[in-house]
Ligand binder design. Structure first.
Ligand SMILES: *Cc1c(COP(=O)(O)O)cnc(C)c1O
Length: 342
């Protein structure tokens, strides 16, 4: 598969902005090349545009070569760049499954790229026939979210693999919640699929949503396209340094994930015992989708009790549904106790 031929022509031809530090790659005593203020502070120098130290560390954690890693200002940046690299505005489209994460449509909309929507099945899995029926020549990127937001479940691995091998474009598998799932996801399959992009993030299991750091993993060809069109210094020094410190302990992240999973189990049981709860959907993420009588009203009453959940009741296939993040034991019991009184 020739990935570069899928890239928009103007981007194939583009020469990227070359930073001062790109042109001189070694180390020196005196830097007079970037018009920085010479007086030392932690921030007087521009950050490493390719975040080599941080990628080396992530490469160890994920067992993926640094050349196959892109870091963005949240995975949202990667979503936007993938659309901009592969979809011609006013002409091409992306394919999404509904219900799903909202940013794929927003980024496509901003870029004047059309959106084809195919509903998931009633149990929130891929409908391969419907997907394939919508794959006309205009579709350049398929976005799949697994575990899916807002339903919480993993999509079928076999169906995803079938799509990746049969589709002659880019398939993005958004694994923002993979650390909460009892499955390894698609990272180990990266070498098999040149058209696959796996998105992960430090915003959920790692507890670093405020840092804004997302990861895209893909073939070197795709990663170099993303590097070519990103802002030169997209990850600032504070984020790069703080991330290096914060991800030094994989153990602490794993401990918190384990606790969240225990709480998830308890929360599901307690929700199922509430008479107005009609269904708690199976989840592989750190949230649950709950079908509940009078969802909109419950949502507003919870606000009155200073508890905010996500109202998904107007979303396709999510009638009367609230999406509830698993919190601390105290937060979860406050939610349950409040729901009991409504
Ligand atoms: C939360 C979330 C993200 C994370 O986005 P960041 O920009 O990395 O914070 C990505 N995809 C999905 C499906 C999400 O729910």
């Amino acid at each position: 598969m020739d990935i570069l031929s899928l890239v928009r022509k103007n981007i194939q031809k583009l020469s990227p902005y070359s930073t001062a530090r790109d042109e001189f790659k070694g180390t020196a005593e005196v830097y007079l090349d970037a018009n920085e203020n010479p007086y030392p502070s932690p921030y007087n120098r521009y950050p490493d545009p390719l975040q080599k130290k941080l990628k080396t560390r992530i490469s160890e954690i994920k067992s993926i070569a640094p050349s196959k890693i892109f870091l963005g200002n949240g995975s949202d940046e990667a979503i936007d760049l993938i659309i901009r690299a592969f979809c011609e505005p006013g002409k091409d489209s992306i394919l999404i499954t509904e219900p799903t994460y909202g940013m794929y449509s927003v980024c496509a909309g901003v870029n004047d790229v059309k959106i084809k929507k195919v509903n998931l099945t009633v149990d929130f899995d891929l409908d391969l026939n419907a997907l394939q029926a919508n794959l006309d020549g205009s579709v350049k990127v398929i976005f799949l979210c697994s575990p899916n937001n807002p339903s919480g479940n993993l999509l079928s691995k076999e169906k995803i693999s079938t799509l990746i091998t049969s589709f002659k474009g880019i398939v993005v598998v958004d694994e923002a919640y993979i650390d909460f799932a009892n499955a390894e996801g698609f990272l180990p399959s990266l070498g098999k699929y040149p058209n696959l992009v796996v998105l992960q993030t430090f915003s959920k299991s790692w507890g670093l949503a405020g840092l804004r750091l997302g990861m895209a993993f893909a073939s070197e060809e795709i990663i170099s396209v993303l590097n070519k069109i990103k802002y030169p210094y997209n990850i600032n020094i504070l984020t790069q340094n703080t991330a290096l410190e914060e991800i030094s302990s994989v153990k602490e992240k794993d401990r918190q994930v384990k606790e969240i999973l225990e709480q998830r189990l308890l929360l599901i049981k307690q929700l199922q015992a509430i008479p107005t709860v009609l269904n708690v959907y199976p989840t592989d993420a750190n949230f649950v989708l709950v079908k509940i009588k009078y969802a909109k009203k419950v949502y507003n009453q919870l606000i009155d009790h200073s508890i905010i959940v996500r109202d998904r009741s107007t979303v396709v296939l999510c009638d009367d549904c609230l999406r509830i993040t698993v919190g601390t034991p105290e937060e979860n019991s406050k939610l349950i106790e409040t729901l009991k009184t409504l």
